[in-house]
Write a protein that binds this ligand. Structure first.
Ligand SMILES: [Zn+2]
Length: 149
């Protein structure tokens, strides 16, 4: 493709030059109004109207240690029997039930299957960020204050 005004080869823009649409180079496009360019296309693809599905984060429910113990006792399993069923050491079961050890998602899923309870819940990522600290959240007031400095 060559520029329809100067004949130079290169990246061409479609531009409205004095009423006619021409494919022109960067230099010549300044003589008219650019209708489409690579930049314009890129901006369209990150339109704010295209909402993304929020990512899901798996997290253990806060009171899971007592839930595990209550359910295990309800079905008359000792810590030892329960440990065997989930394929972990009894010391680990003891730590999980007393809250001394944070069970990971993989262990929690095994416990869910054995006890038939729900320990893992989905959290959307934006919520998790809000909980982490005030620095992540800006209000319009903050932005206006920053600009007026
Ligand atoms: Zn040109």
């Amino acid at each position: 493709m060559r520029c329809e005004m100067c004949g130079r080869e290169g990246n061409l823009n479609k531009a409205d030059i004095e009423g006619s649409v021409l494919s022109v180079c960067e230099g010549c496009s300044s003589f008219g109004t650019v209708i489409s360019s690579k930049l314009a296309l890129r901006q369209r693809s990150i339109s704010p109207y295209r909402l993304q599905e929020p990512e899901k984060l798996l997290a253990l429910i806060p009171n899971y240690p007592s839930l595990i113990r209550q359910k295990r006792e309800a079905i008359s399993l000792t810590q030892e029997e329960f440990a065997k069923k989930i394929g972990e050491k009894i010391s680990l079961v003891h730590k999980i039930e007393t809250g001394a050890f944070d069970a990971n998602i993989a262990i929690a899923k095994k416990i869910e299957r054995v006890l038939g309870i729900k320990l893992v819940q989905e959290q959307s990522v934006p919520d998790a960020h809000v909980q982490k600290g005030p620095s992540a959240a800006y209000t319009i007031g903050d932005i206006l204050r920053a600009k007026s400095k």
